[in-house]
Design a protein around this ligand. Structure first.
Ligand code: FAD
Ligand code: DHB
Length: 389
C-alpha cells in the first residue's frame, strides 16, 4: 500500500491535517491506536483561537461551530473577593470561541468519513522506518496482521505518549521540561454556567476555573494535589471547595449538580526540538505540552498544522521545499511564545507548595497591576486570543 502522507494519531491535529490535505488533493492515511468512540469520550480543551476557526473553515467543517459555538469577547479574573474583566475585543479587536475539542473532533471525523478519508482505528505497534531515505515506510499491526504503508512523508500527530517523537535519535532530540507540583481536578456537569464568561480565580486555597461548553453544560476545575485521585473527591466536596475559591457573589449564584465526568490532569511544560527529522514532522502534543491555564494546548497544535499544511501544499503544488524545510523553525518560534504565556499565567494563578508570604504578595501585586494597567491587559489579551500565525 502507498500514500503521500501517513498521519500517526487521529486526535485533532492528525484529523485536521488529513482533512486540509484532502481539500488540496493530497492523499493521507490516518493511523489511530484507539477506537473512534474512545477518542470522542476524552473531555479536553474548550476555548478556540481565531487561527483554529480559520483552519476549520478552510477545512470545510466550520458550519456547526458557527451555529453552536459561543463567541467570548472577554474573560474575568478574580483574586480573593475581588474580580475584574479583560476585554479582548476592545483591546485586540478579536474574540475567542467556546466550542469543545470533542465537538471539533466529531466534526472532523464526520467530514473525513463523508469524503471517504482513510482512517485505521485500533492499530498497534506502529513503527516508522527509512526516514532518511527517499521513501519512508510505516508498519503496524491490526486484527492480528502486520501491515506496511510506504509514503513521501510521515506526520507524527500522536500526542505526548506517541511513538513519533521517540523515533528521532536521542543525539538529535533536545527536550525541555518543567513539571508543576500540582494538578487540575476537572468536572463536567449538566448545570448552567455560573457566569457568561470564564472566570480564572487566584485564591489562598488554590486556583479555580469556571468554564463551560453550552448554556446547560459547565466545566469547572480546581487546583489539587498530585497525589489526589478523582475518586477521593465526592461531588459535594468538589462544589464546596470550588465555591470557597471564588468571590462570594459568584459562589452564591453557583448552580450545582451531579458530575458526568471527573478527572485529574497533571501540569507540564514540555518542548522537543527539532520538530522535523528527515521525512518526519511532529505536530501538536507529540512535540510540546503546555499547562492548561490559558487554553493553549489545542490552539498550538492547530498552529503547527497550519505551518505543516502550507509547507506540504507548497511542496506538492510547486515542488518548492522551502515551507517544509522551514517548518521546525517557524512552528517552534510560535510554540515557545505559547509556552511562555501558559507558564506565566500558571505561575500567576496557582498556589505553590514552597511559596512564601512574600511570593503570594508578588502574585497579588501583579494581578492588581493587570487590573489597572492597559498595557499589561493588552499583552495578556493578545496572547489569550492567539498570536498571529
Ligand atoms: P492528542 O489529542 O493527544 O491526539 C493524539 C492521538 O494519537 C490520540 O488519539 C492517541 O490515541 C493517538 N496515538 C497515540 N499514540 C499512538 C500510536 N503509537 N499509534 C497511533 N496512534 C496513537 N488543552 C486545552 O487547551 N485546554 C484543556 O482544558 C485541556 N485539557 C486537557 C486535559 C488532558 C487530560 C490532556 C491530556 C490534554 C488537555 N489539553 C487541554 C490539551 C489538548 O487537549 C491537546 O493539546 C490536544 O489534544 C492536542 O491534540 P493532538 O492531536 O496533538 O494530540
Ligand atoms: C478550559 C480549559 C482551560 O485550560 C482554559 O484555560 C479554559 C477553558 C475548558 O476546558 O473549558
Amino acid at each position: 500500500r502507498r500514500t503521500q502522507i501517513v498521519i500517526i494519531g487521529g486526535g485533532p491535529s492528525g484529523l485536521l491535517l488529513s482533512q486540509l490535505l484532502h481539500k488540496r488533493g493530497i492523499q493521507s492515511v490516518v493511523l489511530e491506536r484507539k477506537s473512534k468512540d474512545y477518542v470522542l469520550s476524552r473531555i479536553r480543551a474548550g476555548v478556540l483561537e481565531r487561527g483554529l476557526l480559520g483552519l476549520m473553515e478552510e477545512a470545510g467543517i466550520g458550519g456547526r461551530m458557527a451555529k453552536e459555538g459561543f463567541a467570548h469577547d472577554g474573560t474575568l479574573i478574580s483574586y480573593g473577593d475581588e474580580m475584574f474583566r479583560i476585554d479582548f475585543k476592545e483591546l485586540t479587536g478579536h474574540s475567542v470561541m467556546v466550542y469543545g475539542q470533542t465537538e471539533v473532533t466529531r466534526d472532523l471525523y464526520d467530514a473525513r468519513e463523508a469524503m471517504g478519508g482513510q482512517i485505521e482505528y485500533n492499530v498497534e505497534e506502529v513503527e516508522i522506518h527509512d526516514l532518511e531515505s527517499d521513501a519512508a515506510t510505516v508498519t503496524y499491526r491490526k486484527d492480528g496482521q502486520t501491515h506496511k504503508i510506504s509514503c513521501d512523508f510521515v506526520a507524527g500527530c500522536d500526542g505526548y505518549h506517541g511513538v513519533s517523537r521517540k523515533t528521532i535519535p536521542s543525539e538529535i532530540r533536545k527536550e525541555y521540561e518543567k513539571i508543576y507540583p500540582f494538578g487540575w481536578l476537572g468536572i463536567l456537569s449538566r448545570t448552567p454556567p455560573v457566569s457568561h464568561e470564564l472566570i480564572y480565580a487566584n485564591s489562598e486555597r488554590g486556583f479555580a476555573l469556571c468554564s463551560m461548553r453550552n448554556e446547560n453544560l459547565s466545566r469547572y476545575y480546581i487546583q489539587c494535589d498530585l497525589t489526589d485521585r478523582p475518586e477521593d473527591w465526592s461531588d459535594a466536596a468538589f462544589w464546596a471547595e470550588l465555591k470557597r475559591r471564588l468571590p462570594p457573589e459568584v459562589a452564591e449564584k453557583m448552580v450545582t449538580g451531579p458530575s458526568i465526568e471527573k478527572s485529574i490532569a497533571p501540569l507540564r511544560s514540555f518542548v522537543s526540538e527539532p520538530m522535523r527529522w528527515g521525512r518526519l514532522f511532529l505536530c501538536g502534543d507529540a512535540a510540546h505540552i503546555v499547562p492548561p491555564t490559558g487554553a493553549k494546548g489545542l490552539n498550538t497544535a492547530a498552529s503547527d498544522v497550519h505551518y505543516l499544511y502550507n509547507g506540504l501544499r507548497q511542496f506538492y503544488e510547486t515542488g518548492d521545499a522551502a515551507g517544509i524545510d522551514g517548518y521546525s523553525e517557524l512552528a517552534l518560534a510560535r510554540v515557545w511564545k505559547a509556552e511562555r504565556f501558559s507558564w506565566w499565567f500558571s505561575s500567576l494563578m496557582h498556589r505553590y507548595p514552597e511559596q512564601s508570604a512574600f511570593d503570594f504578595k508578588m502574585q497579588l501585586a501583579e494581578i492588581e497591576f493587570l487590573r489597572s494597567n492597559r498595557a499589561a491587559q493588552q499583552a495578556m489579551a493578545e496572547n489569550y486570543v492567539g498570536l498571529p500565525y
